[in-house]
Design a protein around this ligand. Structure first.
Ligand code: ZN
Ligand code: CU
Length: 487
């Protein structure tokens, strides 16, 4: 290196000095100085081995320097526009979110009527993007604190194209949806998602889903699915997901994998071997969050008297957010089902997962971390603010479910590979400078089910595309996020 003659210091924008690099690939940590020029990492060298003349110097001694976390399962499509600071995510060290999961995406429709679960993406005025290209422009104009990559939701397509979503799409409707999906993919969307458990999506069969998913095949996109049944029919649903992906010749991600409901607790001993077997034949991966509760809309048929259900939001009764549904029913002197009817439209938190299943799924090596946080809820599930530090602090450091290198890999390198996010999820020369500096000894989630919006502890700095957006518990006023186009 000619620039490295004595006396010649290298001009760079930022240098992170003396940190312990956990690079996202899963390999052992090492000490290094990391230099950033513009939006990319320019040098990774042994501490002190090169002289840098940096605009900004950060002492990272004793701290971990890792790739920024990739939240593979989000519903942040509208949040990046209306709340571009994205505090719930950047405060955790997240630098990229993947939106459009579970069959619901903001683009490509401007609907007149919004059935659940599309209302999880914010109010009716959230939906104003007839094209993915318009959404991408809006994201860049909003300059969010984190990057977003977009999936196209099947429910969104159905609601936009079909008069009656309670049946299978006609050939004509399918052609229309294929056209819309192709246009979104050409505008940079990274894949397609279904939420077959939800009403607007449930009438679609394997044939309909595969006819859409196959558009990803030559374009290199990913298919993600909130399966038809995560309860008693979880094995059949896994089979359906594999078969759909197989027909469409695309990689599939099983979203927020769980065995839901007390009757199915323990069944991850069946589902994981089934996933492992499928992985020998085709590209299958999965994501999970580190909690024993899920969260989504609240509808009467979702009420299970055998589990605790907590109200997250309600349009007619916002005052009931954070209360247990059983409490509300008692106060109103009615059944929980009737209470759910009166609360609708509403959302809830369901304590439907067994801790042992969750641990088994989270520690399964192919499992990525995704929060599934719901940013518009009045009283959100704590996963919105706590997922990544909880994996690193509680399940890695305290419970020793996996090494720090493995934990970081599950939230960075593995995720970038599965979703085709080029030059991200890794600390390497030439990669984008999406980085987190954190303290492995103190990192921990602070948000709880009672107090769900507290930022995590132990995150020192978060850099997105070379810009430090978050430092020591607060925004810096600089934002580096953008819409990530499929490569
Ligand atoms: Zn889902
Ligand atoms: Cu979801």
């Amino acid at each position: 290196m000619t620039e490295n003659t004595p006396g010649n210091a290298l001009n760079v924008d930022t240098v992170l000095r003396g940190g312990t690099v956990v690079d996202g690939t899963g390999i052992d940590r090492r000490l290094a100085d990391v230099a950033i020029c513009g939006e990319r990492i320019s040098h990774i060298v042994e501490p002190g081995s090169l002289r840098f003349n940096a605009v900004r110097e950060i002492d990272a001694c004793g701290k971990i320097v890792s790739p920024g976390f990739i939240d593979v399962h989000t519903h942040d499509d509208n949040a990046v526009l209306v709340n571009p600071g994205m505090a719930p995510k950047i405060s955790q060290g997240v630098t990229t979110v993947i939106g459009g999961n579970c069959g619901i995406s903001l683009a490509p429709i401007v609907p007149t009527d919004l059935p659940a679960p599309l209302n999880l993406l914010g109010g009716k005025d959230a939906f104003r993007f007839a094209k993915m290209s318009e959404y991408a422009e809006a994201v860049d104009a909003a300059a969010p604190a984190v990057n977003i990559a977009a999936l196209v939701g099947h429910s969104t397509l159905r609601v936009g194209v079909m008069r009656d979503v309670s049946r299978k799409a006609t050939t004509n409707e399918l052609d229309k949806m294929r056209e819309l999906l192709a246009d979104c993919l050409d505008a940079g969307a990274i894949g397609f998602s279904t939420g077959l458990w939800y009403k607007p999506n449930a009438a679609a069969d394997i044939e309909e889903v595969a006819a859409l998913a196959e558009l990803l095949s030559d374009r290199g996109g990913t298919y993600t699915t909130h399966m038809r049944d995560e309860h008693d029919g979880v094995l059949d649903s896994l089979q359906e997901a594999f078969e759909t992906a197989n027909r469409a010749r695309v990689p599939v991600v099983i979203s927020h994998h769980k065995c839901a409901g007390p009757k199915n607790w323990g069944r991850s001993t069946e589902t994981l071997p089934m996933i492992e077997k499928a992985r020998a034949r085709q590209n299958v991966s999965l994501d999970a969050y580190p909690y024993v509760a899920g969260s989504t809309v609240l509808e009467p048929h979702m009420v299970d008297p055998d589990i605790r259900i907590m109200v997250a939001w309600s349009v007619p009764h916002p005052e009931m957010a954070s209360r247990d549904l059983s409490d509300v029913a008692r106060e109103w002197n009615c059944s929980q089902v009737d209470a759910a009817v009166r609360l609708a439209p509403a959302g809830a938190i369901y304590f439907q997962i067994d801790e042992q299943d969750m641990r088994r799924i989270l520690s399964y090596p192919p499992t990525m971390v995704g929060s599934d946080g719901l940013p518009h809820d009045t009283h959100p599930h704590p996963r919105l603010w706590g997922t990544f530090p909880r994996v690193l602090g509680h399940y890695c450091r305290e419970e020793k479910l996996f090494s720090l290198e493995q934990a970081v890999h599950k939230m960075t390198g593995l995720s970038a590979t599965n979703f085709g996010l080029k030059d991200r999820g890794i600390v390497a020369e030439g990669a984008f400078a999406d980085l987190v500096v954190f303290d492995a000894d103190t990192i921990i989630d602070k948000s709880t089910f009672d107090n769900p919006t507290l930022p995590a502890a132990g995150i020192d700095h978060v850099m997105v595309n070379g810009q430090i957006g978050w430092s020591h518990g607060g925004h810096t006023g600089v934002t580096g996020g953008r819409f990530l186009h499929r490569h």
